[in-house]
Design a protein around this ligand. Structure first.
Ligand code: WT7
Length: 668
């Protein structure tokens, strides 16, 4: 049976803590605390207890803020969370009918008189390009897009793949899908054609929405070309599901009437399609458990998992966590720098903020273009009050020192957030002192694509789920801990892996029956604070982007010179972790710089630039157990130059390790 380490009995103080220097505690400023939705620890405890003791009433109250065409006939939550008792399922508000898009747009415009309120300040890659979009404008553009999708034949339940940069059309399209009950599957626009193809094929989307191209800094990415390649690849494997392609003419490379998708004349240009499309579109009233979207996340087998989220539970969880964790108030200007192509963007750029009627910044560009102070300039320009970014971005900007920030007025900032990977003490401190000028609480939010919303937050407000997170010793009692969530689901948890209930159950629920397993290691200090120690499965986290060892290894193994590859992570000053790849070459092949470059390109082309390896090392042989399993633990230690390797008795040939150590410095 899983063993609990130590139950939390009390919380010692209502404070924040700097990682690794636990004696240094920071208190939120008085005025922030006074006006907060949850002003002190006792009010937190009250809400928290209610959520556990009477979840029905707790979630009912959250649901009452929203519009339900038909009320629920079942309880707020119905579930089986214990694999030994049958299949895992989670249902929220069975019988209720609603529409996500109606709740995040029409409700504000029609019932709350917020039509004139700014929903998004869009800021382009170039500072010369910007747009302000009110709730009313957003609603009419979403409706137009919804009508276009309908005209293209998209119906309730159909999948629509979206491969767009951070432009308003991305938001319009996803909300248009939600409006007509289509299931969006957004693919981050940094992914390769191969990755896009894989995701289109799995979802069997009938429509692809993309753009001609986009500039990221000074670099042009030709999205249409990548999309065409992807569709062509889909067509090579099976009849391509995509029959129509809607293309936003965002960038000047527009080649009207030129390229065609998958050799079919299926292109439609966005502007032309929208021009005569009506501004009214009756929302499709969906069941509470109808799917809202699929978002692919890396799986340990290498094949991405289509994480499926549904309507009502997602609405309740993202809206509540956004409101409490960032202490949202009506006059805030909120900016999350993530890309909508990741879950952070789905939950905390689109749905969570819009459900709260928030004003957000939507930024297309990169932090250092056209100058290294771009982030700070944007904060000043829009008078941003709540700022949410990733440790990687902080570490990158830290390198330039304080000077770029001093040119801008950051005094509007009130709360700072981080997400995606563990934050190191130096980055935390710089964020707090230099960006937040010592007065803004830093909210570190731990969560996952699967959990849909924040789970653990180190901040002045603690999310409602905190105390029910458990750390379990793994079955072999080795000193790593699994972070799990016990007993009871929360409305936003993923419902299944698209078309693979079996994979859903085995990935998250089989290891410790009764618990949801995150795949992360964790420890808890004497004050009750959780410390995420990183992934303890075969997952890698580079710059906050999750990928599996298997997918990178598969990409390397596709190169004709490679007979076998094993990939591990090692620390990196900016990226947090980077990839160190061990490759065993085929007999006749030679390891040289040219091959190294080819292999790096191979991975970049196969998966996308985020997966480009930092180190490739020649490995005449890999350390394996007698049963032939690669010992990644040993490789990780070699990559990190840790010489104390512990017990190597299970290795078939210990000499392999010496060789790899001696050649480590030649990794390039
Ligand atoms: C994995 C989930 C959360 C949305 C973006 C990533 C790591 C995430 C933290 C944090 C330490 C973190 C975990 C997690 N992670 N946030 N605050 N501290 N690690 O979503 O791609 O599903 O990745 O990111 O390893 O399991 P994702």
């Amino acid at each position: 049976m899983p063993e609990e380490t130590r139950p939390i009995t009390k919380w010692d103080s209502f404070t924040m803590v700097v990682p690794e220097s636990k004696d240094k505690l920071f208190h939120p400023p008085d005025d922030l605390q006074r006006d907060a939705h949850v002003p002190d620890f006792n009010s937190y405890l009250e809400i928290y207890r209610k959520s556990l003791e009477d979840p029905e009433a707790f979630w009912k109250e959250v649901a009452d803020e929203f519009y339900w065409k038909k009320p629920a006939t079942g309880p707020m939550l119905q579930y089986n969370f214990d694999i030994t008792k049958g299949n895992i399922y989670i249902k929220c508000m069975e019988g209720a009918k609603t529409n996500m898009c109606y709740n995040v747009l029409d409700r504000h415009v029609k019932d709350r008189n917020l039509g004139e309120k700014v929903a998004f300040h869009w800021e382009g890659n170039s500072p010369e390009h910007h747009l302000t979009i009110t709730y009313q404008q957003l609603l009419s553009r979403v409706c137009r897009c919804a009508n276009v999708l309908k005209k293209m034949g998209v119906k309730k339940g159909d999948r629509v793949s979206i491969y767009l940069p951070m432009i308003p059309e991305l938001i319009y399209t996803m909300l248009a899908c939600a409006r007509i009950g289509a299931v969006h599957s957004i693919v981050f626009a940094g992914f390769s054609s191969e990755s896009l193809c894989e995701r289109i094929m799995d979802a069997q989307s009938s429509v692809l929405v993309t753009a001609d191209g986009v500039y990221r800094g000074e670099k042009l990415i030709n999205l249409k070309q990548i999309s065409d390649d992807a569709l062509e690849k889909c067509g090579e494997k099976a009849p391509c599901s995509v029959t129509k392609c809607l293309v936003v003419n965002h960038h000047a490379v527009r080649t009207k009437g030129g390229t065609s998708c998958n050799k079919l004349q299926v292109n439609m240009w966005w502007d032309e399609a929208m021009a005569d499309s009506p501004e009214e579109c009756e929302p499709e009233w969906l069941d509470a458990e109808d799917p809202l979207f699929i978002l692919y996340t890396s799986g340990s087998t290498g094949k991405p998992k289509g994480v499926l989220h549904t309507t009502a539970g997602y609405l309740l969880y993202t809206s509540l966590t956004f409101k409490y964790v960032f202490d949202h108030h009506h006059d805030d200007v909120y900016w999350c720098t993530a890309d909508v192509g990741w879950i952070t963007g789905h939950s905390y750029i689109t749905y969570g903020p819009l459900a709260n009627g928030a004003t957000s910044v939507l930024f297309e560009g990169v932090p250092v273009y056209p100058h290294i102070g771009r982030f700070w300039e944007i904060i000043e320009k829009y008078r941003v009050t709540k700022f949410y970014t990733a440790p990687t971005a902080i570490r990158m900007l830290m390198k330039y020192g304080q000077e770029p920030l001093q040119k801008f007025d950051l005094s509007t900032l009130r709360i700072l957030g981080t997400v995606g990977e563990p934050i190191n003490p130096e980055a935390w401190q710089w964020y707090h002192e230099v960006v937040g000028q010592g007065r803004c609480p830093v909210v570190d939010t731990f969560w996952q694509t699967e959990t849909v919303g924040k789970m653990i937050n180190k901040m002045l407000l603690i999310s409602e789920s905190d105390n029910s997170v458990r750390i379990l010793l793994n079955l072999h009692s080795s000193p790593c801990f699994y972070l799990c969530r016990e007993d009871m689901p929360w409305p936003g948890i993923m419902r299944t892996v698209y078309k693979s209930q079996e994979r859903f159950e085995s990935t998250y629920f089989r290891k410790f029956p009764g618990f949801y397993v995150t795949g992360d290691g964790c420890r808890r200090d004497k004050d009750g604070y959780y410390w995420i120690t990183g992934r303890i499965d075969d997952m890698l986290n580079v710059s906050g982007h999750l990928m599996s060892t298997a997918e990178v290894e598969a990409a390397l193994a596709q190169h004709p010179a490679v007979s076998e590859a094993a990939v591990v992570s090692r620390p990196h000053k900016v990226k947090g972790e980077c990839l160190h790849c061990f490759v065993t070459l085929k007999d006749t092949k030679e390891f040289n710089q040219k091959l190294v470059e080819e292999l790096k390109k191979q991975v970049r082309d196969r998966i996308g630039p985020i997966a480009t390896p930092d180190f490739i090392q020649n490995a005449p042989a890999l350390p394996k157990t007698r049963s032939g399993k690669i010992m990644r633990r040993v490789l990780r230690q070699i990559a990190r130059n840790e010489t104390d390797l512990g017990d190597l008795s299970t290795l078939a040939d210990p000499k392999v390790v010496e060789v790899l150590f001696s050649q480590r410095s030649e990794a390039a």
